[in-house]
Write a protein that binds this ligand. Structure first.
Ligand code: MG
Length: 385
């Protein structure tokens, strides 16, 4: 992998979300290394206007046309509208690196636009790899693009693999915090409230990924993401529950050695590494204190507690477009739960139903995956009417 010439011309898709704002914190700390060229978000015109005032990008976009119209009255830079506008920002010139931090499958097309422009991808949108990891890999190879993971687990594995031959990998081990319901009695899962599901013990994240962490679908999506990012079959990817979120993931090698990457839970570390790799930039992020005692524990995930994890492995086993169905059904189900229209325990039931009902065989093209995504969303939406 090549390092990027400094300063990096940076484009952030999803700049008003959790990853986006933390990326801008890094940009604020390294003005000599990062120049913000383009910002895109969903509908938060007010925050995007403040970001424009501070970072002075060439161009911005909002996926919501109505919000973009409002933004145009607040800033003097170029304002683009809708999904096409977001894709244009992804391909804006100059741009060396694109941080893809849109929520959900909406990140797919802008990520493809950025790859086609030959940019380094700092990949925060795991759904892109879940929906079309095989196709994204082929496209990245064609355009000579490096995809650097922002997800903390995948960043850990990426860092463990620097300098290692691929043939030496025996196993990837992803760590999972276990979420807020790790110790909750299974008999009371039917009474889980939205507020309880939104209270993650270790990580401060957006609402969709926080619910995904509570169901452990987040880990399921990460297994699929790892399968494509590192080109390792699912049988050689393990998940272990590590409630402290200190060890971010590990790689077991053929000689019996295991390498891990550790640190306090702080997304700014993997975000910055995705920009700086293969170099490391100095930071004032908190570090572990080895003089005080740390208990690191590891445990096997209980399939009854976390049915979504098994569903993700099942989707990988099914192959073709099954992961697309899994992801789409999950997005709709989580949205319904956030609107208090279904119960927490309904989320895995709906995903399982969609995997059975929506035929995903033979979906090998991007167009087929996009159709399948729509079909699965429809199926779940109709199942609650
Ligand atoms: Mg993660």
């Amino acid at each position: 992998m090549d390092s990027i010439t400094l300063p990096i011309n940076l484009i952030i898709l999803g700049s008003t979300g959790s990853i986006g704002t933390q990326t801008l914190e890094i940009a604020r700390a390294h003005p000599e290394k990062i120049r913000i060229r383009g910002l895109a978000a969903g509908s938060n015109a007010e925050l995007l206007a403040r970001q424009v005032a501070e970072f002075n990008p060439d161009v911005v976009a909002l996926a919501s046309v109505e919000a973009a119209d409002r933004l145009a009255g607040m800033v003097s830079c170029r304002v683009l509208r809708g999904v096409e506008g977001v894709m244009e920002v992804a391909g804006h010139e100059p741009g060396d690196c694109v941080v893809t931090a849109m929520v959900g499958a909406a990140g797919l097309m802008p990520t493809i636009a950025a790859i086609e422009q030959g940019r380094r991808i700092a990949l925060a949108n795991k759904e892109t790899m879940v929906v079309a990891g095989d196709l994204i890999n082929a496209l990245a190879r064609k355009h000579g693009v490096d995809i650097l993971p922002v997800d903390s687990e995948h960043s850990a594995i990426y860092q463990c693999l620097v300098g290692e031959p691929r043939s030496a990998i025996r196993k990837l081990v992803l760590t999972a915090s276990g979420g807020p319901f790790r110790n909750r009695p299974l008999s009371s899962f039917d009474s889980i409230t939205l507020e309880e599901a939104l209270a993650h013990p270790n990580w401060d994240m957006g609402p969709k990924i926080t619910i995904d962490s509570a169901t452990m679908m987040n880990k399921g999506l990460e297994v699929i993401e790892a399968r494509w990012l590192f080109d390792i079959p699912a049988e050689r990817i393990d998940v272990t529950i590590h409630p402290q979120s200190i060890l971010h993931s590990m790689v077991e090698f053929t000689d019996g050695s295991t390498k891990a990457q550790l640190g306090p839970p702080d997304m700014k570390v993997p975000i910055q590494y995705a920009l700086s790799a293969p170099e490391r930039w100095p930071s004032d992020f908190p570090v572990l204190n080895w003089a005080s005692s740390h208990a690191l524990s590891f445990d096997e995930p209980d399939p009854l507690r976390y049915p979504c994890l098994a569903l993700a492995f099942e989707a990988l086993r099914m192959g073709d477009g099954a992961a697309t169905v899994l992801n789409a059904a999950n997005e709709v189900a989580v949205g319904l739960f956030l609107e208090r229209r279904i119960a927490f325990a309904d989320i895995p039931r709906m995903i399982e139903g969609a995997l059975t009902a929506v035929s995903s065989k033979g979906a090998h093209t991007l167009e087929a995956r996009v159709d399948l995504d729509r079909e699965a969303r429809q199926w779940v939406a109709e199942s609650v009417r």
